[in-house]
Design a protein. Structure first.
Lengths: 320, 316, 293
C-alpha cells in the first residue's frame, strides 16, 4: 500500500504558471529522492501533500488520507523541514522544539522528553540551551530536522536538507538522514537538486520535470551498469587499449582511461558470473597491465548517472 | 562540442588573472590573508567552507573591492579602478543584484549599455539565448524562480563578451537540468579560450566542472591545482584502495608481502589496502594478483575525491 | 539482598523511540500557542528585564484599587477615590504601553523569521493561530482591565461593616465591571495585534501602537478644546471610543473623558467599536492569508 499517491495531480496558478501537470505517482516506504522539480513544482507538491493547497485537478492521498479533506490529520502524522531559514533567534532549541511538539498535539510531558531525546539524536548537546540566533548553519539545520521529527511522524518531508552546509556538514546531515530511514523506521522524502546526494541516500527515486513525472523507480535502476568496464591509469592508456584490442576485445582509450566492453554482462542469473561477466576481461586487463608495467588506479563498471536523466530530452525509457 | 556561439573578439591574447599577496581586512577581521595565484584560460573552481573569504576574493578579482594589501592584475593591468578591465571581466555575484520590476531582456540590455556595447539589444538577445532564457525573457524578474534569476545574472555578465568570467556560487537554486545546461555553457566558453572562475561550497559541482581548484580556508590559500595531484601530495596521509577480486584473502596475503602495503582489511565483502606510496601500489596490484592467480574485478582509490582532499585541508 | 542483575553488565537501548501516546490535535495546538503567548507576555522563563514592563503595569494598574480599599478601611465611606466607571479611564495610559511593549513579541518574530510554515504544517490552521494569539493577548490585558476593578470591588465589599449587605449593594455593578473589562481587553488586543502584524520589526510595531494611541488621544484632546470639533474628538482616540461604548452599555459617565463633551448618541460609539474590532480582525485575516508554507 503506497504511503503517498497522486493521480493526475494538476495545479495551475492564476497568471498562467502550471506548477504540476497531471502528476501520477506512488511512493512507498524507505528513503525517496525527489529530484528535478524546480522551485514551483516542488513547493506546490509539498503544499498539496500537506493539505494546505487545493489541487486544480486530480487528487492526492497521504497515508491513505485524502489531502483535500483530511489535511489536519495528515499534518499530525507528517514532519516537514522547510528549505528556508525558519528559526526565531531569541529562543533556545529546547524551548522551540518542545513548543513545536506541543503544537503537533503532544502533551507537555511527552513533548519535553521527546525533545530532549531528538536533540540528542540530531547531535545537539549543550548548544541546545542557547538562543538560536547564535547557531551555525549546521546547527540550525539540525534544529529544523529535530522539529520535523519530534512528534514521531510516519512520513518526513525534507526540502533541501543540506542547504548552506559545507562538505563536512553535508556529510553529517546525509548520514543522519540515512539513519532516520534505516534505524528510525521512517519514510523520508528528500527533495534535493544535488544528484550526488540523492545517489548516496535514496533507495527510490521520483524524478519530476516541468510538473510531470519523468521517472520513478528504485535508485539502482537509474545507475545501472552500462556493460562496460572503465580502467583508469596513471599514464597514457593508449598502449593498454591497443593490446586489449589485439586480444580481440572492444577497447577505446581516452587520455588516461580505457573503456572496455564486457561481452557477457547481464546474461541471466549465475551468481558471480552474472554480476561480473566472464573473468576473461578482467584477467586480460590485469595481464596486459603487468606486461606494460602500467600503473592501475581504477577498475570499475561504468554506470549510468542520475544526471543522464536530465540531459536534453531526458531518457526515452518508459515511465516505470 | 564547438564554441559557445559568441567567439572571442579578435584580440585573442589569453587572459591571466594574477593575484599578488592579496589581503583584505575589515578592522580586525582578516577576510583574505596573503593570497597569491594565477588563473588562466579554462575553468578554475574556488572552493572553501562558508565564510572562508571566497566572496571577498572574487569581488577583489572582479575589481569591485580594493585589496588592503597586494594587487590584482589582469594581464599586467591592476583591476581596481581601471575601466578597461571592467570591460574584460564579467561578474555574477551571489546576492540578488537585479531589480525585480525589470524583465530579463531589459536588465541584460541595461547591463550592455552600461558597458558601452555596440547594439545593446542584439547583444542582449544573444546573451539571453545563450542562457536559454528566451521564452521568459520578457517577464518581470520578480516572478522568476531562483534558477532563472541566476541565468539572467549570467546573461548580464556575458553580454559584453568578457574574456574573464567570475561567478560566485552560480548553481545556487538551479535544478539538475538548468545546472547541466549552465555547466555545458561554461565548458563551451572555456573551450573558446576564456578564463572562467567560479566559487562553490558544493564539491560535486567543482569536481565535475573544474580543470583545477583553488582551496581557501579561513582566508588563506590552502592548495591549488588538479585535486588528484593534490591528493598525491598529501604524503602524510596514507592512501586507501578498495578491491574486489575472485579471492580476496589470497590477494590480501600476496599484497601484504609487498613493501608498499601498510595494512589490509577484509570487510563488507571487499579488501581495503592502505599504503603510504600511491604510485608504487598502483604498479604492485596487478602483478600481485597475477602471481596469486586472482582476478581483479574492481579497484577504486577509496579517498581520492575532492571531498577527502578538502576535509584534510580544513584540518591542517 | 539480591545481587543486582546489572552486575553482569548490560547495554541499554537508547535509540529512537516511537510515540504511541495521546495526540491532542487542534485543541493541544491552540492551548500551546495561548500558553506560550502568555508566558512571553509576562516574561516567564526569561530574563528579569522582560518582566519589568508587564508586571510593572500590572502593579501600577492594581495599586490604585488597593490604595482606595485601604483608605476605605481607614476612613470609611467618607472618601471614594475611584469609582468603577472611571477606573479604566484613570489607568488608561498603561494599556497602550502594555500593548506596545508586549504585543510585538507575539506576532512579529514569527512573521519576520518565517516561522509560520512550521505552524501551518501542523494541525493548526491560520484561524487557530490568530485566534490563539488574540486569546493570549486578551487574557493578558484582562489582568489590567478586569483584575484591578475586581480587586476594588472585593475590597469594598470586605471593607464594609456589613459584608453580606455590601455584596447586595455592590453586586449591581458587577456586570458593568466584567463587561467593561472584557470589552476593553478584547478590542485593544485586536487593535494592538493588527497593528503589530503589519510591522517589519518589533521596534516598529511598538512605535506604531504607541503612535496610534498617543496621536489619537492628543489630537482628540486638542480638538475637544478647540471647540466645534468636540463631537468628532472622541472618535479619534481608541480609549475614548471604548469609554463611550461602556457608557452606552452600562451607563455612568467619566468627567475627564471627551465622551462627555460630545453631543452624539452613545450608540455611535458602540458602532465605532464594532468597526475597530472587525476592522482589526479583517487586517489580521488579510495579513495571514497571504502567508503560505
Amino acid at each position: 500500500m503506497p504511503l503517498i499517491s497522486t493521480r493526475a495531480l494538476t495545479k495551475r496558478y492564476s497568471g498562467g504558471v502550471t506548477a504540476l501537470d497531471g502528476l501520477t505517482v506512488e511512493i512507498g516506504e524507505g528513503i525517496i529522492g525527489l529530484v528535478g522539480a524546480n522551485g514551483a513544482g516542488k513547493s506546490t507538491l509539498i503544499k498539496i501533500l500537506l493539505g494546505l493547497l487545493p489541487a486544480t485537478e486530480g487528487e492526492a492521498t497521504v497515508l491513505d488520507l485524502d489531502t483535500a479533506t483530511h489535511g489536519a490529520r495528515i499534518r499530525e502524522l507528517v514532519g516537514y523541514m522547510p528549505e528556508h531559514d525558519c528559526l526565531p533567534p531569541d529562543v533556545s532549541a529546547t524551548e522551540f522544539v518542545s513548543h513545536m511538539a506541543r503544537v503537533s498535539g503532544l502533551p507537555s510531558g511527552a513533548a519535553r522528553e521527546r525533545t530532549a531525546d531528538i536533540l540528542r539524536h540530531v547531535g545537539l548537546y549543550e548548544e541546545r540551551y542557547r538562543p538560536m540566533g547564535g547557531y551555525s548553519t549546521g546547527m540550525k539545520q539540525r534544529v529544523k530536522l529535530a522539529q520535523a521529527l519530534v512528534h514521531d511522524p510516519k512520513v518526513l518531508l525534507l526540502d533541501e536538507p543540506t542547504n548552506g552546509l559545507d562538505p563536512a556538514g553535508r556529510d553529517e546531515m546525509l548520514a543522519l538522514i540515512e539513519r532516520i530511514g534505516r534505524d528510525f523506521g521512517m519514510t523520508a522524502i528528500v527533495a534535493s537538486h544535488l544528484l550526488g546526494e540523492i545517489e548516496r541516500v535514496a533507495d527510490w527515486l521520483v524524478a519530476i520535470d516541468a510538473g510531470r513525472l519523468l521517472r520513478t523507480a528504485p535508485l539502482a535502476s537509474f545507475t545501472e551498469r552500462t556493460g562496460q568496464l572503465l580502467v583508469e591509469t596513471e599514464e597514457a592508456a593508449e598502449p593498454l587499449a591497443q593490446r586489449l584490442v589485439g586480444r580481440g576485445m572492444q577497447a577505446v582509450a581516452d587520455g588516461r582511461t580505457v573503456i572496455v566492453d564486457i561481452a557477457s554482462a547481464g546474461e541471466g542469473d549465475h551468481g558471480e558470473y552474472a554480476v561480473y561477466g566472464e573473468y576473461a576481461v578482467y584477467d586480460a586487463v590485469r595481464d596486459e597491465s603487468v606486461a606494460l608495467n602500467m600503473a592501475l588506479v581504477r577498475i570499475e563498471h561504468r554506470r549510468h548517472q542520475l544526471e543522464d536523466l536530465f540531459r536534453a530530452g531526458g531518457t526515452d525509457a518508459p515511465v516505470a | 562540442m564547438g564554441g559557445a556561439g559568441i567567439p572571442l573578439s579578435a584580440d585573442h591574447r589569453v587572459s591571466t588573472l594574477k593575484l599578488e599577496a592579496i589581503s583584505r581586512w575589515y578592522g580586525n577581521i582578516v577576510a583574505v590573508n596573503d593570497v597569491s595565484f594565477e588563473v588562466g584560460p579554462g575553468i578554475t573552481g574556488l572552493l572553501g567552507p562558508n565564510g572562508a573569504g571566497k566572496t571577498t576574493l572574487l569581488h577583489m578579482m572582479a575589481g569591485f573591492l580594493a585589496p588592503s594589501a597586494g594587487a590584482v592584475r589582469l594581464d599586467e593591468t591592476p583591476t581596481w579602478r581601471h575601466a578597461e578591465v571592467y570591460r574584460a571581466i564579467g561578474f555574477v555575484p551571489e546576492r540578488e543584484a537585479v531589480y525585480p520590476f525589470l524583465t530579463a531582456r531589459q536588465f541584460v540590455a541595461a547591463s550592455a549599455r552600461l558597458q558601452d556595447v555596440d547594439d545593446a539589444d542584439a547583444a542582449a538577445s544573444r546573451a539571453i539565448e545563450m542562457v536559454d532564457l528566451g521564452n521568459a525573457a520578457d517577464r518581470a524578474i520578480g516572478g522568476y524562480s531562483k534558477g532563472m534569476r541566476q541565468r539572467a545574472k549570467v546573461a548580464a555578465a556575458l553580454v559584453h563578451d568578457p574574456k574573464v568570467l567570475i561567478l560566485d556560487e552560480p548553481f545556487n537554486g538551479m535544478d539538475p537540468r538548468q545546472r547541466l545546461h549552465m555547466m555545458d555553457l561554461l565548458r563551451a566558453m572555456a573551450a573558446d579560450g576564456r578564463t572562467i572562475l567560479f566559487s562553490s561550497h558544493i564539491l560535486e559541482e567543482v569536481e565535475r566542472l573544474s580543470d583545477r581548484v583553488l582551496v581557501i580556508i579561513a582566508g588563506r590559500l590552502a592548495a591549488s591545482g588538479d585535486f588528484r595531484k593534490i591528493r598525491r601530495l598529501m604524503t602524510d596521509r596514507p592512501h586507501r584502495f578498495t578491491l574486489r577480486s575472485s579471492d580476496d584473502r589470497r590477494l590480501a596475503r600476496e599484497l601484504l608481502a609487498s613493501a608498499e602495503v601498510d595494512a589490509v582489511e577484509l570487510r563488507d565483502g571487499m579488501l581495503t589496502v592502505r599504503t603510504g606510496d600511491f604510485g608504487a601500489l598502483t604498479r604492485a596490484v596487478a602483478p600481485a594478483a597475477q602471481r596469486a592467480g586472482v582476478s581483479i574485478l574492481e579497484m577504486r582509490p577509496a579517498d581520492e575525491s575532492l571531498e577527502s582532499v578538502f576535509s584534510y585541508l580544513v584540518r591542517r | 539482598m539480591h545481587p543486582s542483575p546489572e552486575a553482569a553488565g548490560a547495554i541499554y537501548d537508547i535509540g529512537y523511540r516511537h510515540y504511541d501516546g495521546l495526540r491532542l490535535g487542534r485543541r493541544g495546538a491552540v492551548t500551546a500557542v495561548v500558553g506560550a503567548g502568555l508566558r512571553a507576555i509576562f516574561g516567564l522563563g526569561r530574563s528579569g528585564r522582560s518582566k519589568v514592563i508587564p508586571w510593572g503595569a500590572l502593579i501600577l494598574a492594581t495599586m490604585p484599587a488597593i490604595v482606595a480599599v485601604a483608605i476605605r478601611v481607614l476612613a470609611g465611606d467618607l472618601i471614594d477615590l475611584y469609582g468603577y466607571d472611571s477606573y479604566l479611564w484613570q489607568i488608561g495610559a498603561l494599556l497602550p504601553i502594555f500593548v506596545a511593549a508586549q504585543a510585538p513579541e507575539l506576532v512579529v518574530n514569527d512573521i519576520r523569521h518565517r516561522v509560520l510554515p512550521l505552524y501551518f504544517s501542523r494541525p493548526m490552521s491560520r484561524f487557530d493561530y490568530v485566534a490563539a494569539k488574540l486569546g493570549a493577548l486578551s487574557l493578558a490585558l484582562l489582568s489590567l482591565t478586569l483584575l484591578p476593578v475586581l480587586v476594588l470591588f472585593v475590597g469594598r465589599v470586605l471593607a464594609a461593616e456589613d459584608v453580606v449587605g455590601a455584596i447586595g449593594d455592590e453586586a449591581g455593578a458587577l456586570p458593568a465591571i466584567i463587561g467593561s473589562g472584557l470589552l476593553h481587553g478584547v478590542v485593544l488586543a485586536g487593535l494592538g495585534l493588527a497593528i503589530c502584524s503589519l510591522a517589519a520589526r518589533r521596534a516598529y510595531a511598538a512605535g506604531a501602537v504607541l503612535a496610534v494611541f498617543l496621536i489619537g488621544s492628543v489630537v482628540s484632546e486638542v480638538l475637544a478644546e478647540a471647540g466645534g470639533f468636540a463631537d468628532i474628538a472622541p472618535f479619534l482616540s481608541p480609549l475614548a471610543i471604548l469609554d463611550g461604548t461602556r457608557q452606552w452599555l452600562f451607563g455612568g459617565s467619566v468627567a475627564e473623558s471627551p465622551v462627555g463633551a460630545a453631543d452624539v448618541p452613545l450608540a455611535l460609539f458602540s458602532l465605532a467599536t464594532l468597526v475597530v474590532t472587525f476592522g482589526s480582525w479583517a487586517v489580521l485575516a488579510f495579513r495571514y492569508r497571504r502567508i503560505t508554507v
